[in-house]
Write a protein that binds this ligand. Structure first.
Ligand code: COS
Length: 382
């Protein structure tokens, strides 16, 4: 099942090849997990991913703070997604949740990373609100200065790991300037007073998700991540890193769909010959293979560019996420078609992939937002 020829591409170093190989063996031995109780399954996955060392890649080491290795993040997401969507989710949300602390946290805040990297604490990224998911500059939640503290009031929604997380990175309006210039980021432990899960949200590919209420939630001034007023840029910088990894997860789903389809096309007979002999089937398989390779090229181009020290990879990451998620949806749809009735049988792997891929075209910047980002940068000549 493992497709590894792309590991020979010049984007990677030997440590990446070793990492991918080791994780492939770990995944084959441990995944997929039973998802009967999604909260329990997720907690268990975080704990196992931490215990076996994979979460060390999700956040920086507070004792040796070098940057995040985006190629490693992408390879891990791609591999986990190929084996189990929930394992990918558990890994990815730990990284996204801790992302602002990795990139902008104080030494004191970075102590949390010891626990997130060990799988002993679960992290969440709380940006979206009922009236501002795509339009981040419009965030309404407030954080008001009160002596040395801040008091948070408002609501966040579509928060992954909501309900099971131990810490939340929360973006709120502190009012240093209008719109994007008046936001700040805060590290808020789940046990904070006034923090409450308002609603658990069920989605087509189940994972922990919630709407959260903050009612006079008081946090110390030391909870502020970076400088007051820098929240928008902090959110965008975190998304610059993690959007490529969403593309990588989509790539993992697409690779699995292609592998399942080629196996079936070789085995299943139709009109007295294997499906694979039919040129119409070959046409679909060729399209799927081109999409998979093109997605991989864009994902690892973005990851490599960031790892080589680029200050911003907004355009590359947006292209990687847009293309990989949109085309993986098409690849998986073809896989469903070529599996006939089995493709829509509840619990069949391609039926699961069909449900898993859909949210990736929405979260961490919907495809439509990625197009806005790409067009703006292209028009600006970047
Ligand atoms: N890194 C660093 N700084 C960035 C940045 C980035 N990737 N993107 C923008 N900025 C800076 C800009 O340079 C600008 O700074 P100055 O005012 O100093 O010039 C500032 O931030 C405001 O940027 P911009 O004018 O582009 O803000 P907009 O409100 O127009 O941004 C989009 C609009 C759509 C690009 C933004 O809101 C976005 O990405 N939305 C999607 C968010 C998302 O992913 N939501 C899902 C929730 S997370 S699951």
């Amino acid at each position: 099942m493992a497709a590894s020829h792309h590991l020979d591409w010049p984007f990677f170093e030997d440590r990446h090849r070793k990492l991918a190989d080791k994780l492939e063996r770990w995944s084959a031995a441990h995944l997929p997990v039973d998802q009967g109780n999604v909260d329990a399954a997720c907690r268990d996955l975080v704990s196992r991913l931490g215990r076996d060392g994979w979460l060390k890649h999700s956040a920086i080491d507070p004792d040796a703070p070098t940057g995040l290795d985006v190629r490693a993040l992408c390879l891990i997401r791609e591999t986990l997604a190929r084996h189990d969507g929930l394992a990918d989710f558990a890994f990815a949300m730990q990284g996204l949740g801790a992302g602002a602390i990795s990139l902008f946290g104080s030494d004191e805040q970075r102590q949390w990373l010891r626990r997130t990297r060990a799988g002993e604490a679960i992290a969440a990224f709380a940006l979206s609100e009922p009236n501002s998911g795509s339009d981040v500059a419009n965030i309404e939640m407030t954080a008001t200065r009160s002596g040395d503290d801040y008091v948070l009031d408002g609501e966040k929604t579509w928060i992954s790991n909501g309900g099971i997380a131990d810490l939340y990175v929360v973006f709120a309006r502190t009012g240093e300037g209008p719109g994007a210039k008046g936001l700040s980021a805060f590290l808020v432990p789940a046990r904070s007073p006034g923090f409450a899960i308002a609603e658990r949200i069920e989605v087509i590919a189940p994972h922990p998700l919630a709407r959260i209420n903050f009612s006079r939630t008081r946090v110390p001034g030391s909870a502020l991540i970076g400088n007051a007023g820098d929240g928008f840029k902090i959110a965008m910088s975190v998304l610059d890193v993690f959007r490529s990894t969403v593309g990588a997860a989509a790539l993992g789903f697409a690779r699995r769909a292609l592998a399942e389809t080629t196996a079936r096309a070789r085995k299943r007979a139709l009109f007295g010959a294997p499906l694979a002999d039919l040129q119409m089937v070959q046409g679909h398989i060729a399209d799927m293979a081109v999409d998979v390779d093109a997605a991989a090229l864009l994902v690892y181009r973005a990851a490599w560019t960031k790892d080589m020290g680029a200050a911003r990879v907004t355009r590359e990451a947006a292209m990687a996420k847009l293309f990989a998620t949109e085309r993986s949806q098409v690849v998986i749809d073809k896989a469903v078609q070529l599996h006939g009735g089995d493709g829509v049988r509840s619990g069949h792997i391609v039926e699961r992939l069909y449900r898993e891929i859909r949210a990736l075209r929405i979260y961490e910047g919907a495809s439509d937002v990625q197009k806005v980002v790409i067009a703006r940068q292209t028009l600006a000549g970047e």
